[in-house]
Design a protein around this ligand. Structure first.
Ligand code: NOJ
Length: 512
C-alpha cells in the first residue's frame, strides 16, 4: 500500500452515485467485521473508494481502521511497550527482612478501611516470586517493567538508618530484569509513605520535601548505574485527594487545609525529586505521572461548564502546571485558595522542573455538573449509570476509549510537555477461570479500542512514545481490596498460581 501513487481518482460518477458509494465506504469503515488481515481490509476500502470515484490518499487508507486493525509497527520502532505495577499492591512481605511499616500497612490492618476487609500483607507475594514474575513479563513480549520501590523497605524509619536487605531486594529485581531483557523503569513513590514520617505529619509537614530528597538521593545512588528511566511520583492528585480530602486512603483525612498543605509539599518534592535524579543519574530519562481524564460538562449551561472547568483544574492541572512554570490554577479552583499560606518566597521557582516525559494515566472520562455538594467545589460528577452508560468496569468507570485521545491532545498542547508516555491504562472486569484459561474478551476489546485512540493521537501529531498496561497481574486494588482484577495474568491468591489471561496472550501476539 505504501508504494501507491499519492491519490486515486476513479473517474466521474454522478453526484448521487458518489454519495451512495461514500455511504458504502462508511459502512465498511464503521460496521464491517474486523478482518484479521489489515491489508485485506485496506484492499476492500481501496476498491470501494476507487469505484466511488473518491480521492483517497495512501495515508488515509492506512488510517482506515477497525478496532484492533493496526499493528505494533504502526506505533514506530522506538515505541516502548510495558506493564506497570506498584510495590504495595504486589510485594507482600510487609514485615519481613527489616521492612518498616508504611501508611498502607497501618491503614489496611483496620478492616473497616478496605471494602473487602483484606490487606496487602501477602498480596501477590512478588517479594518471593519476582524471578518468575519478571520472566512472565518477558513471555508477554513486553519491553518495560515499571515498578515502584517501597520507601520503608529501604529506610524503615523514613530517614536515617538504611535497611541493607531492602536495598539488596531491588538490586535483585533490577538484575533479573536486565538478565531476561526487560528494561526496569522505577517509580520513586507510589503512595506508601513510611508510617514513621506520617507520625510527624506526613506530606502536611514541609520537612517532607527533605525526607523525600534523602530517599531519592539514596535510591538514585544505589540503582542509577543500571536504571535510567525514573518517575518521581505516581498520580499526586490521587494520593493527595484520596488521602487528605476524601479520607478513603491513608492517612484518612477530610480536610481542605491539610489537602492544601500536602499538595504544596508534594509539588515541591516533585520538582526536587527531578533535580536529584538529574544530578545523580547519568543519561537519566526523567518523568512523573498524572492521573488524568477528559472532563466535559453535562450540557451547555454555563453553570455546568464552570463545574467542568473546576474539575478539570482539580483533576488534571493542579500538579503539572506549577512544574511547567504556570503556577497553581487559582483562577479556576477556589478550593486551593488556602495553598498560598504554605508558600514561601522562592517556591514558585522551586516548583518548576523540566521533565523529559510526562506519564499520562487514563482509564475513563468525567461528565461534570454544578452541584451543592461538596461545598467549596460546587461541582460533581454525573455517574455513568445515571447517564445510561452500559459499558462500565468493575470500578464503576465508563469505558470511553475516545477519552484517551482527547486527554492526550490536552496534555500535548502544554508548552514544555515534550513527550508523553501512557504509563497506565487498563480495566477491571469480572474474570472467570475455565480450566487453564481466562477468556477476558471485554479486556481485549478495551485494549484494542484504547490503543486505536492512542495511535490516532500519535498520527495527529501527539508525541506519545510508549504505552504501559495496568497491570501485569491481578493485585491489591487499595481500598477496593482484591476484587477488581486488572491483570493480564490471573492470580489465584490462595495458591499464588498465575494463569495468563486471553488479554495476556493477545498482547503476546500483538508484540511478537
Ligand atoms: C492508578 C494507580 O496508579 C494504581 O495503583 C491503581 O491500581 C490503578 N490506577 C487502578 O485503579
Amino acid at each position: 500500500m505504501r508504494d501507491q501513487p499519492d491519490s486515486f481518482d476513479a473517474g466521474l460518477l454522478t453526484r448521487g452515485a458518489k454519495l451512495k458509494k461514500a455511504a458504502e465506504l462508511r459502512a465498511i469503515i464503521n460496521l464491517a467485521p474486523s478482518s484479521s488481515n489489515p491489508m485485506h481490509r485496506r484492499e476492500m476500502l481501496k476498491n470501494t473508494a476507487l469505484s466511488a470515484g473518491l480521492l483517497v490518499t495512501p495515508r488515509q487508507l492506512r488510517n482506515f481502521r477497525m478496532p484492533g486493525d493496526f499493528t505494533k509497527a504502526d506505533f514506530g520502532s522506538n515505541f516502548k511497550w510495558g506493564v506497570a505495577t506498584a510495590a504495595y499492591q504486589i510485594e507482600g512481605a510487609w514485615n519481613e527482612d527489616g521492612k518498616g511499616p508504611s501508611i498502607w500497612d497501618t491503614f489496611s490492618q483496620n478492616p473497616k478501611n478496605i471494602k473487602t476487609k483484606e490487606n496487602g500483607n501477602i498480596a501477590c507475594d512478588f517479594y518471593h516470586r519476582y524471578e518468575s514474575d519478571i520472566s512472565l513479563i518477558k513471555q508477554l513480549n513486553m519491553d518495560v517493567f515499571r515498578f515502584s520501590l517501597s520507601w520503608s523497605r529501604l529506610l524503615p524509619e523514613g530517614t536515617g538508618r538504611v535497611n541493607p536487605k531492602g536495598i539488596g531486594f531491588y538490586h535483585q529485581v533490577i538484575d533479573r530484569c536486565l538478565e531476561v531483557g526487560v528494561e526496569p523503569w522505577i517509580t520513586c513513590y507510589h503512595w506508601d509513605l513510611p508510617q514513621a514520617l506520617q507520625n510527624k505529619g506526613g506530606w502536611t509537614n514541609r520537612e517532607s520535601v527533605n525526607w523525600f530528597s534523602e530517599y531519592v538521593n539514596l535510591i538514585t545512588q544505589k540503582y542509577g548505574d543500571r536504571v535510567k528511566n525514573w518517575m518521581v511520583f505516581n498520580e499526586p492528585m490521587a494520593f493527595v485527594g484520596l488521602g487528605y480530602i476524601l479520607g478513603l486512603h491513608p492517612p484518612g483525612y477530610r480536610s481542605i487545609k491539610k489537602f492544601n498543605a500536602a499538595a504544596h509539599h508534594v509539588t515541591l518534592s516533585q520538582a526536587e525529586g527531578g533535580r536529584i535524579i538529574r544530578a545523580n543519574v547519568s543519561n537519566a530519562h526523567i518523568g512523573t505521572t498524572y492521573s488524568c481524564l477528559h472532563v466535559e460538562p453535562k450540557n451547555e449551561k454555563e453553570k455546568h461548564a464552570k463545574a467542568a472547568r473546576k474539575l478539570d483544574a482539580l483533576m488534571n492541572r493542579l500538579f503539572i502546571e506549577p512544574a511547567l512554570g504556570l503556577g497553581y490554577p487559582m483562577g479556576d479552583l477556589n478550593l486551593i485558595h488556602g495553598i498560598e499560606k504554605h508558600m514561601q518566597p522562592g517556591d514558585d521557582e522551586k516548583m518548576k522542573f523540566h521533565f523529559d516525559f510526562i506519564g499520562l494515566q487514563n482509564y475513563t472520562r468525567l461528565v461534570a455538573r454544578h452541584s451543592l455538594w461538596p461545598p467549596v467545589v460546587w461541582a460533581n460528577e454525573v455517574k455513568p449509570a445515571k447517564r445510561g452508560v452500559t459499558e462500565i468496569t468493575e470500578m464503576g468507570w465508563e469505558v470511553y476509549p475516545e477519552g484517551i485521545y482527547k486527554i492526550l491532545r490536552q496534555f500535548a498542547a502544554y508548552k514544555g510537555v515534550d513527550k508523553i508516555i501512557v504509563t497506565e491504562n487498563g480495566a477491571a472486569f469480572p474474570d472467570v477461570v475455565e480450566g487453564e484459561f481466562v477468556h477476558d474478551k471485554q479486556r481485549v476489546n478495551f485494549f484494542k479500542n484504547y490503543l486505536e485512540n492512542v495511535l490516532r493521537a500519535k498520527q495527529d501529531g501527539v508525541n506519545v512514545q510508549g504505552y504501559f498496561v495496568w497491570t501485569l497481574m491481578d493485585n491489591f486494588e487499595w481500598a477496593e481490596g482484591y476484587k477488581p482484577r486488572f491483570g493480564l495474568v490471573y492470580v489465584d491468591y490462595p495458591t499464588q498460581k498465575r494463569i495468563i489471561k486471553d488479554s495476556g496472550y493477545w498482547w503476546q501476539e500483538f508484540l511478537k
